[in-house]
Write a protein of this length. Sequence first.
Length: 264
Amino acid sequence: MSLMTPEIRPSAIARVNPVAKLAVALLISCALMLSIDWVSAAVALALEAILLAWCGLNARQFWLRTAPVWIAAPFGMLTTILYGEDSGAVLWSGGWVSITEGSVALGLAIGLRVLAIGLPGIVLLATTDPTDLGDGLAQVLRLPARFVLGALAGLRLVGMFIDDWHSLALARRARGVGDGGGLRGKAARFRSLAFSLLVLSVRRGSKLATAMEARGFGSDEPRTWARESVFGRRDGLVVLIGVAIAAASITAAILAGTWHFVLA
């Protein structure tokens, strides 16, 4: 199963080496983790939004894939505003919950950070084929082939596990098993399906490991690759764009006076 589904139209980002995409996501994430302020996160998010037009996702695909981030960001913001460290003027107080200027600023920074870190990671992953990622990790980064191929094989089984879950649910429904209503019935049905999927996964994993070992995937000899993974000028340009976004966000926060190094 490919993470880059057929519905995603070819785009400039899709043709970039996966190692470059991974480097961009790590650069932006590390830069935003150095400080917790709203200016750096807002600048990074604004610059990322400009580049989303080249990601190859239409509006529906973008909102569906990034929905968890859009849900997590407001919850993180609200939790921090209500229960974060109090500082500055008190805006509202009720019992053991208080809202201050400092907690509001911190909540805004947390919410923007979740979006700025999560959105590019999801979008870049959506335009990456697992096989291309494995080729890049093994040929460009020189990671051990056994680790890369094992992770690639496991990633490709995710789609099969989803299909197995639906098949097991339909089979149990056809037999009239686990149709009990209420919360207790749903919990029992979930436990039964999860255990069945676990057994099926162990069996399939054992067969896959044996098959890969028989084909020499466990050998320590140097491997050849069906497709060459090249890190070219275009990939280097993408990494430079990631460096520019990280540098711009940090610079803007320092100039605005909101930069607070978390390790200081």
